[in-house]
Design a protein around this ligand. Structure first.
Ligand code: DX5
Ligand code: ZN
Length: 228
């Protein structure tokens, strides 16, 4: 089983963003999770394509290998901004189905732009949005908090939803990533992995309080317990 840890730079020091990205990659991050909020779809305002472009050169390993930028769009409308993020170096672009009038079209647009496409499910959003688009989805992101802010508490109902999403992925026969976002910490990550998640967003748990290598190592040690 491949587990991926995706630090959310929402909790990083924005005044030193390039350095924060490099440090968290040196500490073992597999992806850089990039939260885009518009003060419309969610009640907060964060960063856009210009910042993605500025971060892109920093998202690489010591050997020069590229680290994917995982863009989580919490914006409405979605389509206009997708090509901008693709040009800015995004590798994965995910959006909330409620924020797009034409989900199939938006998924197609993301892939045509050369990125992997993800659908994001708020705690109260049903997985039935996947019914007719499983062949167009590369990633399913289950929100374990209501989107808009870092540092919230994990909503336990996300575990059952992850299990259901995992079942849908298995049935599809495709290798779709199952990501979880919100309140993920070393002390709950093993249970979340057992529910089927393979990709773990963590903001405050990694960026809060320093020592990123130790924080990521603690998560990996817990994931190892959840089974290979
Ligand atoms: C919330 C964001 C998350 C957030 C997670 O709307 O999508 O990515 O940064 O933060 P933590 O890990 O602190 O809950
Ligand atoms: Zn996010």
């Amino acid at each position: 089983m491949t587990f991926r840890i995706a630090p959310s730079i929402l909790s990083a020091d924005f005044a030193r963003l390039g350095e924060e990205v490099r440090n968290v990659i040196d500490a073992g991050a597999d992806l850089i999770h990039f939260d885009v909020m518009d003060n419309h779809y969610v009640p907060n305002l964060t960063i856009g394509p210009l910042v993605c472009e500025a971060v892109r050169p920093h998202a690489k390993r010591a050997d020069g290998g590229k680290v994917p930028i995982d863009v989580h769009l919490m914006v409405k409308p979605v389509d206009r901004i997708v090509p901008d993020f693709a040009k800015a170096g995004a590798d994965i672009i995910s959006f909330h189905p409620e924020a797009s009038e034409h989900i199939d079209r938006t998924l197609g647009l993301i892939r045509e732009s050369g990125c992997k496409a993800g659908l994001v499910f708020n705690p109260a959003t049903p997985l039935s949005y996947l019914d007719h688009v499983m062949d167009k989805v590369d990633l399913i992101l289950i929100m374990s908090v209501n989107p808009g802010f870092g540092g919230q508490k994990f909503i336990p109902g996300a575990l059952a939803k992850l299990r259901e999403a995992k079942q849908r992925i298995v049935q599809s026969g495709r290798s779709i990533w199952l990501e979880v976002d919100g309140g993920v910490k070393a002390d709950n990550i093993a249970d979340i992995a057992r529910a089927g998640a393979d990709t773990f967003v963590a903001g405050s748990a990694i960026f809060g309080g320093g020592n990123y290598p130790q924080k990521i190592a603690a998560m990996r040690a817990e994931l190892a317990k959840a089974g290979a």
